[in-house]
Design a protein. Structure first.
Length: 366
């Protein structure tokens, strides 16, 4: 589900919201935004969408921002040329916001100028201009399936391919299947692919398009992940050929084979594509009844919880984020997962609406 553009931009332009996202909110702001999060079922989705843009833009606070440098860096990351930057960005109306108004900090005023430019540019790029869409399959021949937070979908194709779409994800694929149908897909989010029978149809390509490039399959089981911070490919069986999309039309296209047991993380314009050997279970078991962890940083688990369930996770002791966990977790619901994590970390876990708190909450009365 896509939230209204102006509502997400209003959030990103609110300096108090920026502090909340970056973990620098005051006690009062923290309470106000947690209350806002619970006021409407759509607010968690707005938060997740705003967080996605925030992460893609890679905001950072600074007392003396260099606007020109920030603008240039973002344009490079998003593959926008000068003409695109000039014509695509239009300042939205600053109507009275429906979100809580809070006191401003002078040190954030200059940062807000950069945040405004970056937020608008990143948002328009991610939601409107994403260049990978133009290089993908013919849109008129595709159908789309999307999952909400906490949902998964299984797609069984006529050629016996199975695709499991993770929560908060969208997959576009051919609407009509017949002999010779092109196996071309567009993915935003995360999906598990089990491809078995392409050998029956020699010459037919099985290709997944993400913002950062393509994944070409010959018969395998693998996971593709793309949530705005680069594409990750993990192969459980067989191999795939990964090709990074050029950041500019004049750049050379790079391609590499990723074999079983290896992970590749790459971005648009990546010149070095180096797969590495990993313990693959934490990356490929998210759809199974038992979610396997193997020295998985808690920070990565927190990110997956937020992406999968549309919640905000607050960790009271930042040292916990550096902890690694191994073992299996019952993957039935967010309650069973967070309870198991709290037990493993030996800390309390509380739930306040759409906010999950590991450790003692400073706002909880004792």
């Amino acid at each position: 589900m896509i939230e209204k553009t102006d509502e997400i931009l209003d959030l990103l332009l609110d300096e108090s919201f920026q502090r909340w996202l970056s973990g620098q909110a005051t006690e009062e702001e923290e309470q106000d935004w947690n209350k806002w999060l619970q006021e409407s079922p759509s607010n968690p989705r707005k938060l997740a969408e705003a967080r996605r843009v925030w992460r893609a833009a890679k905001f950072r606070t600074t007392s003396e921002p260099e606007v020109g440098r920030e603008w240039t860096n973002l344009a490079c990351r998003l593959n926008l040329n000068a003409a695109s930057s000039e014509t695509a960005v239009e300042q939205p109306s600053r109507a009275e916001w429906a979100y809580p108004q809070r006191q401003r900090r002078e040190s954030w005023m200059r940062f807000a100028t950069v945040a405004f430019a970056v937020a608008v540019l990143a948002f328009i790029f991610i939601r409107v201009l994403s260049p990978w869409r133009s290089g993908g399959p013919n849109s008129a021949q595709l159908q789309a399936i999307s999952t909400d937070y906490g949902q998964r979908a299984t797609i069984n194709l006529p050629d016996e391919t199975t695709i499991i779409l993770n929560a908060n994800s969208t997959l576009r694929y051919p609407a009509v299947w017949k002999p010779g149908t092109s196996h071309r897909f567009e993915l935003s989010g995360e999906a598990y692919f089990d491809v078995e029978n392409l050998k029956r149809h020699p010459g037919e390509a099985f290709v997944i398009f993400t913002h950062d490039g393509t994944v070409r399959v010959t018969g395998t089981r693998f996971v593709v992940y793309d949530r705005g911070e680069g594409t990750r490919v993990v192969v459980a069986e067989g191999s795939v050929a990964v090709k990074s999309a050029p950041a500019q039309s004049t750049e050379q296209v790079h391609e590499v084979d990723v074999k079983s047991g290896r992970l590749l993380h790459f971005k648009r314009g990546s010149s070095e594509l180096t797969p590495r050997q990993v313990a693959i279970e934490p990356y490929i078991t998210w759809w199974q009844k038992q979610f396997v962890l193997q020295r998985t940083p808690f920070k990565e688990i927190v990110q997956r919880l937020e992406e999968t369930y549309g919640v905000r996770v607050k960790v009271m002791d930042e040292r916990l984020l550096r902890r690694t966990l191994s073992g299996t977790i019952e993957n039935q619901s967010i309650v069973t997962v967070t309870d198991a994590l709290a037990t493993a970390l030996k800390v309390p876990v509380t739930r306040e609406g759409q906010v999950i708190i590991f450790g003692r909450s400073p706002f909880r009365k004792h």
